[in-house]
Write a protein that binds this ligand. Structure first.
Ligand code: UDP
Ligand code: MG
Length: 315
């Protein structure tokens, strides 16, 4: 039977948390939701996480375990979870007991109010201020400003999605943080609910302050991909503009100079050089834009990024 709800959990060196986590997921969701599965994605842990997961899987038929052959990171683990999940609703949460599975019903209720994505908001976040909360506040403001999606806490892993939103969604690097922004660009209705957050008891955080820089860079990638996929020719056309402008100015300047010299002198070599070089650069970007239009339309990227909905009579 295909489960209605999939819970996806990325796991990297969390051996001490897993038994308690699964017990909490069972209490919070699996007791009432009969039709659910839990997908644990082991991101090639070096501790006994895999053994613990396999033991949990052996005792609970709703559990599926995926094991990466090397450590690919949290985003890759979530992406694999999305790919293997079967439920019409997909919930993601961290394995370290910082997210509280008891919040899952709240997220599902909000989804039922007609949203496609519901993000958890760790309003009182239990992490250090200087290295974790402050960079996160700055990042959230920046992401909201650049992408136009105002979710308070886009870095919180506890989120709920409709299947249609996450299928065919290519994410890599640190991009799981941008899921509210990326899905909204496809037309998803995004909401948020305040969730519980607990300090980490077992193991250590897998990230340092270096993550802030990676998230910052990924923000540009997201913006670029969104704009690029929309109309690559416009995007590259913009690049070609300054080059075209410079070559035109050089041309006008050259013609004016030529007339002033009353046809006595030949065109200065450097004018010919500037016009030729910058004009070909402008042309180069236009051609790149045209080729990209072809690639984007051939790959069906436009179609995949658009969310649609079959409206039945009873809706
Ligand atoms: N994680 C992972 N692969 C990694 C790093 C982290 O699957 O390379 C998992 C980790 O086990 C946890 C979640 O991603 O379930 C969040 O990691 P962490 O708690 O270290 O991040 P923080 O809460 O400190 O931001
Ligand atoms: Mg954590």
């Amino acid at each position: 039977m295909v489960p209605a709800l999939s819970i996806v959990v990325p796991v990297y060196n969390e051996e001490e948390s897993l038994d308690e986590l699964h017990a909490q997921i069972v209490r919070a969701v699996l007791v009432s939701e009969r039709s659910a599965e839990v997908i644990y994605v082991d991101d090639h842990s070096r501790d006994k996480s895999l053994a613990v997961l396999l033991r949990i899987q052996a005792s609970d038929p709703r559990v599926r375990v995926i094991r990466f052959r090397r450590n690919f990171g949290q985003t890759a683990a979530l992406a694999a979870g999305f790919d293997y999940s079967r439920g019409q609703t997909v919930v993601t949460l961290d394995a370290d007991l910082q997210n509280d599975p008891a919040d899952i019903p709240k997220l599902l209720a909000e989804l039922d109010r007609g949203y496609d994505v519901v993000a958890g908001w760790r309003k009182s976040r239990r992490d250090g201020f200087l290295l974790r909360r402050l960079p996160s506040i700055v990042a959230n403001r920046l992401i909201a400003w650049v992408t136009g999606t105002s979710v308070h806490d886009t870095g919180c892993t506890l989120k709920a999605f409709r299947r249609q939103v996450v299928k065919n969604l290519p994410i890599y690097a640190e991009q799981h943080r941008f899921l509210p922004a990326m899905t909204r660009q496809s037309g998803a209705r995004v909401s948020e609910v305040v969730v519980n957050h607990r300090p980490r008891i077992h193991g250590q955080s897998k990230y340092g302050i270096g993550r802030a820089a990676r998230v910052f860079l990924d923000l540009f990638t997201i913006k670029m991909i969104a704009q690029f996929a929309h109309r690559p020719l416009h995007y590259f056309g913009l690049f070609s503009l300054p080059f075209a402008a410079i070559s035109m100015i050089a041309l006008v300047f050259g013609v004016w100079d030529y007339r002033r010299m009353r046809f006595e002198a030949a065109w200065p070599d450097f004018v010919v050089l500037v016009v030729g070089l910058f004009l070909s650069l402008a042309l180069y970007f236009i051609l790149l834009g045209l080729l990209s239009e072809l690639a984007v339309s051939a790959s069906g990227m436009h179609r995949r990024r658009v969310l649609d909905r079959i409206l039945n009579d009873h809706e």
